[in-house]
Design a protein around this ligand. Structure first.
Ligand code: CP3
Length: 378
C-alpha cells in the first residue's frame, strides 16, 4: 500500500516498457469511438476510417513521395509519420493506419523484393523448396528500429486518435512469395498448398512467426489496434481455408490479444464465419456482402467493419449519400460497426468525396431508420 492507501502494482519498480506506459487502457485514445466500437461498447457516432487512406489519392502524399522509393519511404520515420497524419488532418477520420506495407517485414528479414509502382510487390527469387525456408528467419525488433521510432512519434502526435498497426496474413504473404509478385489466380500458391501440404505448413508457420513479431513491435511502440490483412484468401473454399490457413492466422491473432484485432480479406463472403473464428474482434467485410447478411454469417460476439464499394465515391454525391446511409442502416444489425470502404481507396479518388463520406457517417441516421433524408434527394 502507498501512503494514500492505493495498492502499488507489482510491476511498478520494473523499468517502464513502451507497453507499460502506453497500454491500451491508459492511452488517451482508449475512449475513442473507434476503440469503443472494436470493444462493442456504445459510441457517440459510428467511427470511420479508410483502408489505404494514406496514398496516391492525396496530392500532399504525391508531393512528399516524389523522388522516394516506396520501401525507402517506409523505413524513414519522418516520412511515415507525416504520411500517416495526412488523411487524419484532411478527413477527420476516427483512426490512423500506420503507413507501411505488408512486405516490409519480409524485406526487413532479408528477402530480396521491391514494390514496383503500378504493379505491387515483386520478389526476386520466388519461394519454391524447403531450402527457401532458410530465407525466412524470425523477425526481431532490431530488424525494424524505424517502425518502433515512427509508431512512437505517431502515437505522441495523434493524442486521442488511435493508431492501427497492421500486417499481412500468412496466406497473402505466401502468395507474393510463391508467385514472385501479384497474381490473379494464385496458381503456383495453390499448387504448393495442395501438392505439398507439409512444406506449405512450414512456410505459413514461418510467415506467422514474422507477422506476429511485426505486429508486436507496433503494439509495444503504442499502436492501439491491429488489422491483419488476408487480402487474397477469398480465392479459397471454406474447408481448405479452415484446414490449411486458419490455424496459422489464428496463431498470429492469439499472440496480439491485448489489443482489438481486425481481420479482413477481399471476396471472403464464404469465409466470414471462419475468419471471425480465427480470433478477430472485428471482421472486415468487402462490398459484395450486405452488412446485415455478413453479421448473420459471422455470428454473435464480433464487431463488423466495412463496406462501401470503393468505386462508389466516383458516383454523384446524392448516390454516395444514399449508399452511405444504406451501409449505416445495414451496420445497425451488428453489435458494433466501424465504417470503412469494402477495400482500399483507389488512387484516382477525389479526396473531397471521402471527406463527404466522413461527414455523412458522423452525421449518422439520426432518428431515421427507414429510407432517410437521402430518399428526398436521391
Ligand atoms: O491503408 C493505408 O493507408 C496504410 C498503408 C498501406 C499500404 N499498403 C501502402 C501502400 C497498407 C495497409 C498496405 C497493405 C497492403 N499492401 C496490402 C493489403 C491491403 C490491400 O490492399 O488488400 C497489400 C495486398 C499490399 C501489397 C501492395 N503494395 C500493393 C498491391 C501495392 C499497390 C501497387 C501499385 O502501385 O498500385 C502496394 C504498394 C503500396 N502500398 C502503395 C501504398 C500507398 C502505393 C505505392 C506508391 O504510392 O507509390
Amino acid at each position: 500500500m502507498t501512503p494514500d492507501g492505493t495498492t502499488t502494482l507489482p510491476t511498478a519498480d520494473l523499468p517502464a516498457s513502451p507497453q507499460a506506459t502506453r497500454s491500451p487502457a491508459t492511452s488517451p485514445a482508449a475512449d475513442s469511438a473507434f476503440l469503443r466500437a472494436c470493444r462493442r461498447e456504445p459510441v457517440p457516432h459510428t467511427p470511420v476510417w479508410f483502408m489505404r487512406q494514406a496514398g496516391r489519392a492525396l496530392p500532399e502524399y504525391r508531393r512528399l513521395r516524389e523522388g522516394n522509393q516506396m520501401l525507402d519511404a517506409c523505413a524513414t520515420p519522418e516520412l511515415v509519420t507525416e504520411i500517416t497524419l495526412q488523411p487524419v488532418r484532411r478527413y477527420g477520420v476516427d483512426a490512423a493506419i500506420f503507413f507501411s506495407d505488408i512486405v516490409v517485414p519480409l524485406k526487413a528479414v532479408g528477402v530480396d523484393l521491391d514494390i514496383v509502382p503500378g504493379v505491387g510487390p515483386v520478389v526476386a527469387q520466388p519461394f519454391r523448396t524447403a531450402a527457401d525456408l532458410d530465407r525466412l528467419p524470425a523477425l526481431t525488433p532490431e530488424h525494424v528500429p524505424y517502425i518502433t521510432e515512427a509508431v512512437g512519434d505517431l502515437v505522441r502526435e495523434l493524442g486521442a486518435t488511435p493508431l492501427i498497426g497492421f500486417a499481412g496474413a500468412p496466406f497473402t504473404l505466401a502468395s507474393y512469395l510463391v508467385e514472385g509478385g501479384p497474381s490473379k489466380n494464385h496458381a503456383a500458391t495453390k499448387a504448393l498448398m495442395y501438392g505439398d501440404p507439409e512444406l506449405w505448413s512450414a512456410l505459413l508457420d514461418r510467415l506467422a512467426t514474422i507477422t506476429q513479431a511485426f505486429l508486436r513491435v507496433q503494439i509495444d511502440a503504442g499502436a492501439s489496434a491491429v488489422q491483419l490483412f488476408d487480402s487474397w484468401v477469398g480465392a479459397l473454399p471454406a474447408a481448405d481455408y479452415r484446414e490449411l490457413v486458419q490455424p496459422h492466422s489464428a496463431r498470429v491473432l492469439a499472440a496480439v490479444a491485448d489489443v482489438p484485432r481486425i481481420h479482413f480479406g477481399v471476396g471472403t463472403g464464404e469465409l466470414l464465419h471462419d475468419m471471425g473464428k480465427a480470433g478477430a474482434d472485428v471482421v472486415g467485410v468487402d462490398w459484395r456482402v450486405p452488412l446485415g447478411d455478413a453479421v448473420r454469417r459471422i455470428g454473435p460476439g464480433k464487431a463488423v467493419q466495412g463496406n462501401l464499394d470503393p468505386t462508389l465515391v466516383f458516383a454523384p454525391p446524392e448516390v454516395v449519400a444514399r449508399k452511405v446511409r444504406e451501409t449505416l442502416r445495414e451496420g445497425q444489425a451488428a453489435e458494433a460497426h466501424v465504417f470503412n470502404l469494402g477495400h482500399g481507396v483507389l488512387p484516382d479518388t477525389d479526396p473531397d468525396a471521402l471527406l463527404r463520406v466522413v461527414e455523412l457517417v458522423h452525421a449518422g441516421l439520426g432518428t431515421d431508420s427507414g429510407e432517410g433524408p437521402g430518399a428526398e434527394h436521391g
